[in-house]
Design a protein around this ligand. Structure first.
Ligand code: NAP
Length: 224
C-alpha cells in the first residue's frame, strides 16, 4: 500500500485530496496544525493523523523524526498547507511581517519538510513530491497585488525546479495550480468545486507516467 503525507489536511483542498486517496486505498497520513481539527478530519475519512505546523521549524523536525520512527518509508509528499493573508495588500504598500509569515508557511515550511523527509522518500521505488502552488506565482503572468502570497508561490516553483535539477533522477517533483477553488481561501465565488480542485493532484499521485520538474494545471504543463 502506498503511503502519502498531506499537509493542511483538515479542510479545503488538502482534506479533499486526503479523502479521495484514502478511498482509493492509499495509506494517508493527514497532517494539520490543530490536533483537534486534524484528528476529527482524519477520523471522518479513515486516515491516520499526525500534528504538523509547517510555519514552525521545530514542529517540522519533530514531525519528520516521529514519522520516520513510526512508518519508515514514504511514497508521496503533498505540500498543500498554505495561507493567503495579503489579499488587500500591494507590492508598493506591503506588510513585511505578513510577507515573512507567508514565506515561512508557504515556502520555507514546504521546503524544510521535503529535506527532512528525503531519507524516507528515498526508500520508495517511486517517490513523488507535489507542491500545491498557484497561477498567482507564475512569472509569465506576474501582476499587481498579493505580494507575499505571489512571492511564496514563485519561490515554491523555483524550489521545485532547483530540487528537480539536483534530485530529479531519483525523486519526481512537480508544482501544480489547482485553479480557483471554493474553499475558505478561494471563497464561494470560485469557479471550481473541491473535487475539481483535487483532481490534478490525485492524477499526479496515481498516474504511472507523469511529468517531472514541471508546473502544471489541469494535468497539462504550463509556463512558469
Ligand atoms: P484553505 O481552505 O484555507 O486551507 C488551508 C489549509 O492549510 C488549512 O488546513 C490550514 O489549517 C492549513 N494551514 C495553514 N497554515 C498552516 C500551518 N502553519 N501549518 C499547517 N497547516 C496550515 O485553503 P485551500 O484553498 O484548501 O488551499 C490549499 C492550497 O491550495 C494552498 O497551498 C493554496 O495556496 C493553494 N491554492 C488554492 C487556490 C484556491 O482557489 N482555493 C488556488 C490556488 C492555489 P488551519 O485550519 O489550521 O488554518
Amino acid at each position: 500500500m502506498k503511503r502519502v503525507i498531506v499537509t493542511g489536511g483538515n479542510r479545503g483542498i488538502g482534506k479533499q485530496i486526503s479523502k479521495e486517496l484514502s478511498e482509493l486505498g492509499y495509506e494517508v497520513i493527514l497532517t494539520a496544525r490543530s490536533e483537534e481539527k486534524g484528528k476529527a478530519a482524519a477520523e471522518e475519512i479513515n486516515a491516520d493523523f499526525m500534528q504538523l505546523d509547517v510555519s514552525d521549524v521545530k514542529s517540522i523536525s519533530a514531525f519528520a523524526t516521529k514519522y520516520s520512527e513510526k512508518y519508515g518509508s514514504l511514497d508521496v509528499l503533498i505540500n498543500n498547507a498554505g495561507i493567503f493573508q495579503d489579499k488587500d495588500k500591494s507590492a508598493h504598500d506591503p506588510d513585511f511581517n505578513m510577507i515573512r509569515k507567508t514565506l515561512d508557511t508557504n515556502l520555507l515550511g514546504a521546503w524544510q519538510l521535503i529535506i527532512e523527509l528525503l531519507p524516507a522518500l528515498k526508500t520508495s521505488n517511486d517517490p513523488r513530491v507535489i507542491n500545491i502552488s498557484s497561477g498567482l506565482g507564475a512569472m509569465n503572468e506576474m501582476g499587481a497585488n498579493y505580494p507575499g502570497y505571489r512571492l511564496s508561490k514563485v519561490g515554491m516553483n523555483a524550489m521545485t525546479k532547483m530540487l528537480h535539477a539536483e534530485l530529479g533522477h531519483e525523486i519526481n517533483i512537480n508544482s501544480m495550480c489547482p485553479g480557483w477553488v471554493r474553499t475558505d481561501m478561494g471563497g464561494q465565488e470560485a469557479h471550481r468545486s473541491l473535487e475539481q480542485g483535487a483532481e490534478a493532484a490525485i492524477w499526479l499521485v496515481t498516474e504511472k507516467d507523469i511529468p517531472n520538474g514541471k508546473f502544471l494545471r489541469d494535468k497539462q504543463v504550463i509556463d512558469w
